[in-house]
Design a binder for this molecule. Structure first.
Ligand SMILES: Nc1ncnc2c1ncn2[C@@H]1O[C@H](COP(=O)(O)OP(=O)(O)O)[C@@H](O)[C@H]1O
Ligand SMILES: [Mg+2]
Length: 320
């Protein structure tokens, strides 16, 4: 027997991760401390994202979405738990390695990118700039390729201030791709645009994802995003609460749409509730309402065959 076999994964190794995952996030905690307050922005969040996925993270304002993206992007350090991105343990990584990580592994797209773009340069020059700064010699060819993928082939000679908000956002997406990151992190990328423009932005992401294989994570509070991605993870109070997974892949659906008049949105995704490592789950509000279960009350729970049935305890509610 090989000696290495004695060193099997026990579940305790802080550096262990499934190599299929570009992101492994276990029991992740982020606490913001100020002079007299502590805010627990992430309270034990679990999430795994595979190489090449295009997925969305949704949640109400203040649920911890931007905090999570900032941790993944190396802009801020987690307080505790496990966060491994493309093999980098972000709780342990040294400062110098973190600088390389930010430059090579992740690309950012924000809600309002215009402030990071140079208005008197053309779209193409804006995309070339980070490549020139990184000493790439293929900047002319690569910038043209990227602008083509995001649908700006015809507009790349235009100065930035001659482009619409949505077009500028697509330039920003090309810039985020400039130095071949493994992951694109987009924080509310369609937050400031109308829905038609939002569609173009999502198409740009979709094309980048399928043509280059880059992993794309889109954070939004727009629940309608589900129709544009294969998986949606919902966060509430700094924890993952549920997932919506596409029953048919986006590509297949587009093929179907060509043939039929349309696919009902409710038929394209199924919702899965996340049971965390401690066996906890969050019951959806609508289910509580429909079952007549009030919050902060006791309920009955039975095991029937392989199903867990949860229901209101009759006496509890009759009194009020
Ligand atoms: N730098 C910070 N200092 C203190 N509290 C913060 C900081 N950033 C975020 N928070 C708090 O952490 C929580 C999560 O915020 P955030 O991640 O921005 O949520 P979201 O992006 O989902 O709206 C909120 O309560 C917010 O006030
Ligand atoms: Mg935010």
């Amino acid at each position: 027997m090989n000696d290495n076999n004695t060193n099997l994964y026990t579940g305790e190794d802080e550096n262990y991760y499934d190599p299929k995952n570009v992101i492994t996030c276990e029991n992740l905690v982020k606490i913001y401390k100020t002079k007299d307050t502590e805010v627990v922005a992430l309270q034990g969040l679990d999430l795994e994202i595979k190489y090449g996925e295009m997925m969305a993270i949704i949640g109400n304002s203040g649920s911890g979405k931007s905090t999570l993206l900032n941790m993944i992007g190396g802009l801020d350090r987690p307080s505790a738990g496990k966060l491994i991105v493309d093999g980098n343990n972000l709780l342990r990584v040294k400062k110098t390695a973190l600088t390389d990580y930010k430059r090579n592994t992740v690309g950012f797209v924000w809600q309002n990118n215009a402030r990071n773009l140079i208005p008197y340069l053309s779209a193409k020059q804006n995309v070339e700039l980070p490549m020139i700064l990184a000493n790439r010699t293929d900047f002319k060819k690569r910038s043209a390729e990227l602008l083509k993928i995001v649908g700006l082939e015809e507009r790349m000679r235009n100065k930035l201030n001659q482009l619409s908000g949505g077009e500028q956002q697509r330039v920003a997406i090309a810039i985020a791709m400039a130095n071949e990151p493994k992951i694109i992190l987009a924080d509310e990328p369609t937050g400031a645009v109308d829905s038609e423009t939002g569609k173009h932005i999502f198409n740009a992401f979709r094309k980048l994802n399928s043509e280059t294989g880059v992993t794309i994570i889109i954070v939004t509070h727009d629940r309608g995003v589900a129709k544009n991605v294969d998986r949606v993870v919902a966060i509430s109070d700094g924890r993952t609460s549920s997932e919506y997974i596409r029953k048919i892949s986006y590509k297949k659906e587009l093929e179907e749409l060509d043939r039929m008049s349309g696919v009902e949105e409710s038929e394209t995704h199924e919702e899965l509730v996340v049971v965390d490592r401690h066996g906890r789950l969050k019951l959806p509000e609508e289910y509580l309402g429909a079952a007549g279960i009030s919050k902060n009350s006791r309920i009955k729970m039975d095991l029937e065959d392989e199903k867990i049935v949860i229901y209101r305890q009759e006496d509890d509610n009759e009194e009020s």
